[in-house]
Write a protein that binds this ligand. Structure first.
Ligand SMILES: CC(C)(COP(=O)(O)OP(=O)(O)OC[C@H]1O[C@@H](n2cnc3c(N)ncnc32)[C@H](O)[C@@H]1OP(=O)(O)O)[C@@H](O)C(=O)NCCC(=O)NCCS
Length: 148
């Protein structure tokens, strides 16, 4: 059974294992997750399959702006609509805050993620060369719902 829950500290070790599998050298450490959960402007959700962590995503809220901090579905569970469900919930929460714009950064060649974000109406606003530790460029995307 698939369930979406609040992300809690016990999700950190399995999240770090998933990070290694999907991001290898740019994986977040457990300390990074702890640092995220320690901040009161963060909102993280966990996706569980039969009580096992299979995905997670999180937002940071800063006044009129919000940032999508991370969004990951474990490889065995991708392409089943789970990231879409998770992102929808994160954006629904964001719409209850003061945020009017959501920003994110994504590796320029991450076609799966870029397609997903475009489906949610994120638009590319800039490209930052050599942004990641591995030298890859980042695409910065923005979702703007002012006036809606
Ligand atoms: C990006 C990611 C979160 C998508 O998760 P997912 O659960 O497979 O996504 P969904 O099933 O909800 O797919 C939604 C849309 O994303 C796009 N998409 C997903 N996987 C794709 C792929 N392999 N190739 C191209 N487009 C893809 C499609 O537009 C898809 O819509 P469609 O099903 O109508 O074609 C997942 O591939 C992942 O975790 N990747 C590794 C971590 C990562 O890169 N995270 C993003 C960091 S910015």
């Amino acid at each position: 059974m698939i369930e979406i829950k609040d992300f809690r500290y016990w999700h950190i070790p399995p999240a770090q294992t998933i990070e290694q599998a999907v991001f290898s050298e740019t994986a977040w450490s457990e300390a990074t997750f702890w640092g995220e959960l320690a901040q009161d402007n963060r909102y993280y959700l966990a996706v569980e399959h039969d009580a096992e962590l299979i995905g997670y995503g999180g937002m940071a809220f800063n006044g009129a702006e919000a940032d999508l901090q991370t969004l990951v579905i474990a490889p065995a569970f991708q392409k089943q609509g789970l990231a879409s469900t998770l992102l929808k919930k994160l954006l629904e929460k964001t719409q209850t805050t003061a945020a009017r714009r959501v920003f994110l950064e994504v590796v320029f060649d991450n076609e799966a993620a870029i397609n997903l974000y475009k489906k949610f109406d994120f638009k590319q606003i800039s490209l930052r060369q050599k942004y990641y530790p591995n030298g890859k460029a980042a695409i910065i995307m923005q979702l703007d719902w002012r006036g809606q």
